[in-house]
Design a protein around this ligand. Sequence first.
Ligand SMILES: O=C([O-])CC(=O)C(=O)O
Ligand SMILES: [Mg+2]
Length: 422
Amino acid sequence: MTDPKQAALDYHSHPIPGKLSIELTKPTTSAKHLALAYSPGVAEPCREIAKDPENAYLYTGKGNLVAVISDGTAILGLGNLGPLASKPVMEGKGVLFKKFAGINSVDIEVDAESPQAFIDTVARIADTWGGINLEDIKAPECFEIERALVERCSIPVFHDDQHGTAIVTAAGMLNALDIAGKSLDSARIVCLGAGAAAIACMKLLVACGARAENIFMLDRKGVIHSGREDLNQYKAMFATETERRTLDDAIDGADVFVGLSGPNLLSPEQLKTMAPNPVVFACSNPDPEIHPTDAKAARDDVIIATGRSDFPNQVNNVLGFPFIFRGALDVRATGINEEMKVAAVHALKDLAREPVTEEVLKAYDIDHLEFGRGYIIPTPLDSRLLDRVSSAVAQAAVDTGVARKPYPAHYPLTSVDGVYGG
Ligand SMILES: O=C([O-])CC(=O)C(=O)O
Ligand SMILES: [Mg+2]
């Protein structure tokens, strides 16, 4: 068997380095073509855009172009490895944008000496993109970065690790709790991790019905409780009045564990102390807080999800960002608001309850898959996601007045070949 590490390195290096390339959309075989594509013809669209910036959507790729931007300070669950080392992940996001939603994306890795320098860099280039996907930026800086950029930019700016992850987590959680015979408003939830994804996930779960007082969030120092004086404003939102201090204390009797922290931080012994039918989302990438095999060995009533593509129940923002941007771009939304996020949650949640298609069974090389413990959320290779999530997001943008174009006449989308309409 090939060594998985070597296989991953080979995948990235052969037959050419990297995962993305750029393609041409216009003929370029004659001098006439060149005179149109470049001097002198290119001056005409320049003049039109100078007269009216909206013309950039007509004469350039702006309307279907997303910048994936990172400073490399929180790469997956690996930590701060710097901007250059984040490039494979950012190229990977570009692969997913293109493959799943037909969106062109270019990765930009910024070596920024401060959050303000990062904000200024992104704000200065924002105008020529259709949208900005912020990725793998550490907390708490990511919150201020996103806030400032949303304010300064007139295009959608979306921090994927917060909202993409939260949307997919909420969708999977509503389904998992339903299967476990529980409900979000009474579930006792332990969230291991207090970074960007953790805070955004818990905020969205509360918006979907979870009770803040039922959530124990833990950072490296343990339970975030009201007696702590070392909390930033984001963690402080989740400070609970409790005597519990450690993960051992918090996990005892809990209905839900959400891990957005690091590898192997939930032990089988700790899992054994959870309530019946525990829901465990071990979402640290690439290595989960508990391996699914160990979790299942510890107890057979567990409903387990991870962020990985090689296990069932992949709770990963790949199910969100391609389609959320698709919907937002297609109605030229000025931003991605809460209603659009909640619309995405419901679209994902509902699709998992529909029969699985042959296409998905084939892609995963299985005979059967149905809504239940082993299938709480659609798989990324389900081509119905393109229509379901994008249209829900586009409709919510129209309904909430942030769309600058009407609901697309070329919807429903049946494949990425149809994203330009016409
Ligand atoms: O890249 C992934 O698989 C999901 C993600 O955004 C992260 O872990 O930061
Ligand atoms: Mg990420």
